[in-house]
Write a protein that binds this ligand. Structure first.
Ligand SMILES: Cc1cc2nc3c(=O)[nH]c(=O)nc-3n(C[C@H](O)[C@H](O)[C@H](O)COP(=O)(O)OP(=O)(O)OC[C@H]3O[C@@H](n4cnc5c(N)ncnc54)[C@H](O)[C@@H]3O)c2cc1C
Length: 434
């Protein structure tokens, strides 16, 4: 038995950066021992990013807010940087830890990391407790009648909504007032203290007022009337239970989008091989052209297709792109330029402030036609038709492509009709290869 004196529990924040309705924090506070809040800038992740990455700045800003909330209660967040295994090894020497509480993360890297931490802590007699928090339903809660995972959205969503209406998970607003927080013994560090610098890009606040009319405007990029919840759901700066409870009676299409988020999460949890392979394996027979010059023009927003270029420039300037335009730009790269979806997925992953492996991979594979429940490969978006339908007055285009209509705007990189036929032909050949 570990010595009861001076023992504490650690709550390890990862992608759940809030104090309200945070399952791991609530469970830890209910235990009675003082709780030391911890965040680790995991160098296995941050070493791959620029030191002024906007996502790091956002995490830091939200940790600072949480720290400020906790200081009056005698606590605060211990912010470390390093390999989590080494950090826990050190902390277990410095503190008498009873248990570590955290919310589950379902990405393959995170699952591997958590298994290692569980083994390390287990050797030291410390419990490692994981809780459901970033989803309403985990992958094994919504299964087909034969207990297999769903790979088609509509029946998945039907079951999800049925279970939701039966259970309606409730959000808990406040931290247990009787729970004790432990003092980290250090002031809250600056970004520079952890060898990062501040980004010029900022994560926008989310807006729930758009939900009631969401279905009317969600496909119009110029209206800019979507919720901007994605980075907040990604980093857990808002509780998904709270958002779902708010949206459930207000707007069915919005609720459906929350279900898409969980659909792709359960796909990743059940089929982790999709990180590198096509969900439908026969699509790995496609011989992509992968022309680097064309890819760079797509990245810069210089394809000569205004709606594609507007989207890529919005992404490059702000770290965000409207969903309809994400679909158009992704389809253009895979079908018009016959470039491997993994190239585009990686580019988005580097730029999107809401980057989420499951949604990014799921949507890229959807656009490429290689994914579960994807559009048929022979359906190729026409950028001009999409423009006409969703940005008829070219408002969105003019906002991001300032030189539109002048001689400095480039000629189209490829002719639409030629590219459409080429894509269908190459996909057909690829499907016959495997
Ligand atoms: C090629 C491509 C890549 C994408 N990559 C990501 C990504 O890395 N991270 C990410 O969060 N979303 C991704 N999406 C989905 C979607 O574009 C964004 O979630 C949405 O644009 C974010 O803006 P919003 O919060 O204002 O969304 P809203 O339209 O207000 O939707 C509310 C919430 O529903 C969820 N949602 C909406 N659409 C989708 C969808 N198609 N798939 C999964 N969840 C959805 C998100 O959590 C979103 O915040 C991608 C879509 C495409 C086509």
């Amino acid at each position: 038995m570990r010595e009861q004196m001076n023992m504490l529990n650690i709550v390890w924040f990862r992608r759940d950066l809030r104090s309200d309705d945070n399952t791991a924090l609530a469970k830890a506070l209910d235990e009675g021992l003082p709780v030391l809040p911890l965040f680790i800038f995991d160098t296995c992740i941050t070493d791959e990013l620029n030191s002024d990455d906007a996502r790091i700045s956002f995490i830091h800003e939200r940790l600072a807010r949480m720290d400020a909330d906790m200081r009056p209660r005698g606590g605060g967040i211990l912010v470390m940087k390093g390999d989590p295994e080494k950090v826990f090894d050190r902390l277990s020497e410095e503190y008498s830890i009873s248990g570590v509480f955290a919310n589950s993360d379902y990405e393959p890297y995170a699952k591997g990391r958590d298994n290692k931490i569980k083994t390390l802590l287990g050797r030291k007699g410390i419990e490692f407790n994981l809780y459901k928090d970033q989803v309403i339903f985990e992958h094994d809660e919504i299964l087909k009648d034969n207990k297999e995972p769903y790979s088609v959205f509509t029946p998945y969503s039907r079951k999800w909504l049925k279970l939701y209406s039966a259970e309606k998970p409730v959000a808990k607003e406040h931290m247990n007032p009787a729970g004790k927080l432990a003092d980290p013994g250090t002031p809250f560090p600056s970004l520079a203290d952890r060898k990062f610098s501040k980004s010029s890009q900022k994560v926008r606040d989310y807006d729930l007022s758009v939900i009631s009319d969401y279905d009317k405007y969600r496909n119009i990029p110029a209206a800019d009337l979507t919720s901007y919840l994605s980075p907040h759901l990604r980093f857990g700066t808002v509780s998904v239970r709270k958002i779902a409870a708010h949206a459930y009676d207000l707007n069915h299409s919005f609720m459906n989008e929350l279900v898409w988020r969980e659909f792709f999460m359960q796909i990743l949890a059940s089929f982790p091989e999709i990180v590198t392979a096509s969900f439908r394996r026969k699509y790995d027979g496609i011989e992509w052209r992968n022309d680097e010059t064309e890819f760079r023009r797509w990245c810069r927003g210089e394809t000569g297709y205004p709606i594609v270029d507007a989207g890529m420039r919005q992404l490059n300037e702000t770290g965000y792109m409207h969903n309809r335009v994400r679909m158009i730009t992704a389809s253009f790269l895979c079908k018009h330029l016959l470039t491997d979806w993994r190239w585009g997925e990686a580019y988005f992953a580097g730029k999107l402030l809401d980057y989420e492996l499951s949604s990014n991979n799921g949507n890229w594979q959807w656009a490429a036609g290689t994914g579960c429940d994807a559009a048929p490969y022979f359906r190729v978006f026409s950028p001009a038709a999409q423009e006409k339908k969703f940005d008829p007055a070219a408002e969105y285009i003019r906002k991001w492509v300032r030189e539109i209509g002048t001689a400095s705007y480039p000629e189209p990189l490829v002719d639409h009709e030629f590219a459409r036929k080429r894509a269908i032909e190459e996909y057909r050949k690829g499907l016959n290869r495997i």
